[in-house]
Design a protein around this ligand. Structure first.
Ligand code: PMP
Length: 360
C-alpha cells in the first residue's frame, strides 16, 4: 500500500496526523469507558465532557463573550443557507454580498422563501476573482451575509465590510485559520470538514439578540433556539464528529499555539506558494486578484486543460493529492488549511518547479 498523501483536498480535507493517531488509539476503548465514542450515549457524562470541552476551547480561542452560544447542527453549511433567513428575518430584508458559488446558493435559499434578498455588492462581473471594496450597505436590513473565504474561486475577505446591521458569516473554509473578530457578527457558521474536523457536523455561533428573533412557529429542528436551549442535545447529535472536532481544537490550542500562531503558519505557507507562482513566468497563473487572495485555497491555471490534467495526474503519482480545481471552474487548486503542514507546501513547490522544467 502507498503511504499517506500530502493532502490538498478542498473538503473533506487533511486532518492533523496527531488527531488521527489519537482517534485510532482511543477507537476501541475511549479512556477506560470500555466502548468507542461511536457506541456511547450522547447523554452520558463522558460525552457531556467531550462536547463541553470542545465548546470551552472554541470560546477561549475566539475570545467569545458570554452572550454568544456555540451550537452543533447537522445538514452542512448548505442547511444554514436556508436556516439563516428562516430564523433571522424580522423585517424580511436580508442582504447579501455575492462573492461566488456559495454566496449565490445562500441568496437562492432566501429567494425560495420569498424574501427578495438585497444583493448589496457582487464580484460576478469579473468572474468572482476579487472581493468587493468600499461596499455601501443600507441600514434597514436584517443582516448582511458574507462568505469569508470563497473555496472555489480562492478569494478571502481580509477585513469585514463596514455595516450597522449584524453580519452573518459563512466561515466554512477559513474558520480558526486566524484570529477573527466575531463581535460585528450576529452569527457565524461553518461546515466542519475543512478546518474543524470531519464532515457531518456544522458549527453555529450565534448572539443572544439573534436568538430572540427566531419565530416560534418554525418546526422544532429548524429553530436555533432548540439547539441553544439544550446544549445541542435536543436530539442525537453527530457524536463522533463532535469528538473529532474536540481533538482538532485541542491540537490547535495546545500543539499549534492558538490562532495568532496558526495565522503566522498559514501566512508562511501561502506566501511560499503564491511567491513561486508569481515568479513562474506565466507557466502558472494565479486566478484571484492579488489583494483578494485566499490563504486557504490557492487557485491557479496552466496553459490549457490538457496540461492541467497532466499536472494533477503527476502530482498524485508524486504523493500530492487533491490538486484539481472545482469542477465548475476547472484549473488547479491547492487547499492549504490549518492541518496541511509546511512540508506539504514545500513538496508541492518542488514538484511544480520540476513539472515546469519538463513542460515549460
Ligand atoms: N460554504 C462554503 C464556503 C463552502 O466551501 C462549502 C463547501 N465546500 C459550503 C458552504 C457547503 O458546505 P456543505 O457541503 O457542508 O453543505
Amino acid at each position: 500500500m502507498r503511504g499517506r498523501l500530502f493532502n490538498f483536498n478542498p473538503g473533506p480535507s487533511a486532518l492533523p496526523q496527531k488527531v488521527l493517531e489519537k482517534v485510532q488509539a482511543e477507537l476501541m476503548n475511549y479512556r477506560e469507558n470500555g466502548l468507542s465514542v461511536m457506541e456511547m450515549s450522547h447523554r452520558s457524562p463522558s460525552f457531556d465532557d467531550i462536547i463541553d470541552t470542545a465548546i470551552a476551547r472554541l470560546r477561549r480561542m475566539l475570545k467569545l463573550p458570554d452572550h454568544y452560544s456555540v451550537l452543533f447542527l447537522q445538514g452542512g453549511a448548505s442547511m444554514q443557507f436556508a436556516m439563516v433567513p428562516m430564523n433571522l428575518c424580522l423585517q424580511k430584508k436580508p442582504a447579501y454580498i455575492n462573492t461566488g458559488t456559495w454566496s449565490t446558493k445562500a441568496i437562492n435559499e432566501a429567494n425560495i422563501q420569498g424574501l427578495n434578498p438585497i444583493v448589496v455588492a457582487s464580484s460576478e462581473d469579473k468572474d468572482f476573482t476579487y472581493i468587493p471594496a468600499d461596499v455601501e450597505v443600507p441600514d434597514a436590513i436584517d443582516f448582511l451575509h458574507v462568505t469569508s473565504n470563497n473555496t472555489i474561486k480562492g478569494t478571502q475577505w481580509h477585513a469585514w465590510p463596514v455595516c450597522n446591521a449584524p453580519l452573518v458569516v459563512d466561515m466554512s473554509s477559513d474558520i480558526l485559520s486566524r484570529p477573527m473578530d466575531i463581535l460585528p457578527c450576529g452569527m457565524v457558521y461553518a461546515g466542519a470538514q475543512k478546518n474543524l474536523g470531519p464532515s457531518g457536523v456544522t458549527l453555529v455561533i450565534i448572539r443572544e439578540d439573534m436568538l430572540d428573533r427566531v419565530p416560534e412557529d418554525l418546526p422544532t429542528m429548524f429553530r436555533y433556539t432548540t439547539y441553544a436551549q439544550k446544549n445541542s442535545l435536543y436530539n442525537t447529535p453527530p457524536t463522533f464528529a463532535i469528538y473529532v472536532v474536540g481533538l482538532v481544537l485541542q491540537w490547535l490550542e495546545e500543539d499549534m499555539g492558538g490562532l495568532e500562531e496558526i495565522e503566522r503558519y498559514n501566512q508562511k505557507k501561502a506566501k511560499v506558494l503564491y511567491d513561486f507562482i508569481d515568479q513562474a513566468d506565466g507557466f502558472y497563473r494565479a486566478t484571484a486578484k492579488k489583494d483578494s487572495r485566499s490563504l486557504m485555497n490557492v487557485t491557479f491555471r496552466l496553459k490549457d486543460q490538457d496540461l492541467e490534467d497532466q499536472f494533477v495526474k503527476e502530482g498524485l503519482e508524486n504523493g500530492l493529492g487533491g490538486l484539481k480545481g472545482h469542477k465548475s471552474v476547472g484549473g488547479c487548486r491547492a487547499s492549504i488549511y490549518n492541518a496541511v503542514p509546511q512540508e506539504a507546501v514545500t513538496a508541492l513547490v518542488d514538484f511544480m518547479a520540476d513539472f515546469m522544467k519538463r513542460y515549460g
